[in-house]
Design a protein around this ligand. Structure first.
Ligand code: 3PG
Ligand code: MG
Length: 425
């Protein structure tokens, strides 16, 4: 059943508690944390503008990073308040907590159209535990609850799920924000009856991460194009040698089942026919996450379906790019999730960039292109093509779970349109 949205509400003078996904990338510069990508903030502006103009008293809650229940100064949302004020072109007050006295006071001081941002809800372990007492405390300042945090809607946490229960119990409404509504429209309704041909491009490291999505899309797509390291698990399933490529040897049966389903359903299921391979050489250096940095030597185009023993496959090759681009060019609907290779390394970015370009070109010619968040969005933005597709999701994990057909807890907790007793919705 469709969910109530912020457009269905009269918010004037009401305290509207809005869960947003301001989990934005930050970097330390001159001793201060600064936001390095404002996409998620920008995408919530339509909802916030609407609430400001509607005269709501706006209380924003969000998480940042994974502080695991501790106050972690580098994960404070204070710098986000400043960025938001700049973008919303109005002052944004900030309070160093998300429950209790200080929040109650700041919320009580709000005038219609004013905005308050609360501190990182994950500074409390109760947030991720979806602790009812904590959710109830948060709900104390909410007459209405709005969830615009699509990127966090797959989490059943206190600020995404628990709080809605308490607001609803008191007779308050729980509605989707405009971003949430848009995400559900593009990743959901628009893919229900897609204009055909419907071409799905799936990449990324693991078959196990994508198998549920593959299985579901095999019921809908005309063509599925596979890239990224997960292609090697399919190759292994077909009896090819995969050298040092990333594979999931225990997932070959899963890969075989997908190939068999594609055949039975008459879905064109394409795997790379050539790739870029390189020899991994360990260095003593560590990356930001503490993992050893590998030096990829001697990158070469490999036209054999077998990967040389001492090498790993890291990108799709030029023949595959040509074949995939032709499929994309003929599409009327495109869904893309996951890069074609190790695109963060420019030696292995050509395949992903070419797919990004093909998707943007097809969009200009009238195809609807939907990008399922995470790395594909990063890759499109890196290629400067972010603005040239129909829709880019702000959710990584959330979009994947939604495409898998799972009910997202943050959406499930919202009021159904049909059950609203006080208006025509
Ligand atoms: C995200 O960026 O994936 C969302 O904000 C959710 O964050 P999480 O993965 O830490 O729960
Ligand atoms: Mg995540």
């Amino acid at each position: 059943m469709p969910k109530l949205t912020v457009k269905d509400l009269d918010v004037r003078g009401q305290r509207v508690f809005v869960r947003v996904d301001f989990n934005v990338p930050m970097e330390e510069k001159d001793g201060q944390m600064v936001v390095t990508d404002v996409t998620r903030i920008k995408e919530t502006l339509p909802t916030l503008d609407m609430l400001v103009k509607g005269g709501a008293k706006i209380i924003l809650a969000a998480h940042l990073g994974r502080p695991k229940g501790k106050k972690e100064p580098t994960m404070s949302l204070r710098p986000v308040a400043a960025k938001l004020a700049e973008m919303l072109k109005c002052p944004v007050n900030f309070v160093e907590d998300c429950i209790g006295e200080s929040v109650a006071k700041a919320a009580a001081a709000l005038q219609p159209g004013q905005v308050l941002l609360l501190e990182n809800v994950r500074f409390y372990a109760e947030e991720e535990a979806n602790n009812p007492a904590f959710a109830e405390k948060m709900a104390q300042v909410a007459d209405i609850y709005v969830n615009d945090a699509f990127g966090s809607a797959h989490r059943a946490h206190a600020s995404t799920e628990g709080i809605a229960r308490f607001v609803a119990k008191r007779g308050g409404k729980c509605a989707a924000g405009l971003l949430m509504e848009r995400e559900l429209k593009f990743l959901g309704d628009e893919l229900e009856k897609p204009a055909r041909p419907f071409v799905v491009i799936l990449g990324g490291a693991k078959v196990s991460d994508k198998i549920t999505v593959i299985d579901r899309l095999l019921d809908k797509a005309d063509t599925i194009l596979i890239g990224g390291a997960m292609a090697y698990t399919f190759r292994l399933a077909q009896g090819a040698k995969t050298g040092k490529s990333l594979v999931e040897a225990d997932k070959t049966d899963t890969a075989k089942a997908a190939l068999a389903k594609a055949k039975a359903k008459n879905v064109k299921f394409l795997l790379p026919t050539d790739d870029i391979v390189a020899t991994p050489v360990k260095t003593d250096k560590l990356d930001k996450k503490g993992k050893p940095i590998i030096d990829w030597q001697n990158p070469t185009t490999n036209t054999d379906l077998n990967c040389p023993d001492e090498m790993a496959g890291l990108d799709i090759g030029p023949a595959t790019v040509k074949a995939y681009s032709a499929e994309i060019a003929s599409a009327k609907t495109i869904l893309w999730n996951g890069p074609m290779g190790l695109f963060e390394n420019k030696q292995f970015a050509a395949g992903t960039n070419a797919v990004a370009k093909a998707v943007a070109d097809a969009t200009v010619k009238g195809a609807k292109s939907i990008i399922g968040g995470g790395d594909s969005v990063k890759a499109l933005n890196k290629a400067g093509l972010g603005g040239q597709v129909t829709f880019m999701s702000t959710g990584g994990g959330a979009s994947l779970e939604f495409l898998e057909g799972k009910e997202l807890p943050g959406v499930a907790a919202l009021s159904d349109k049909g059950t609203c007793c006080c208006c025509a919705h």
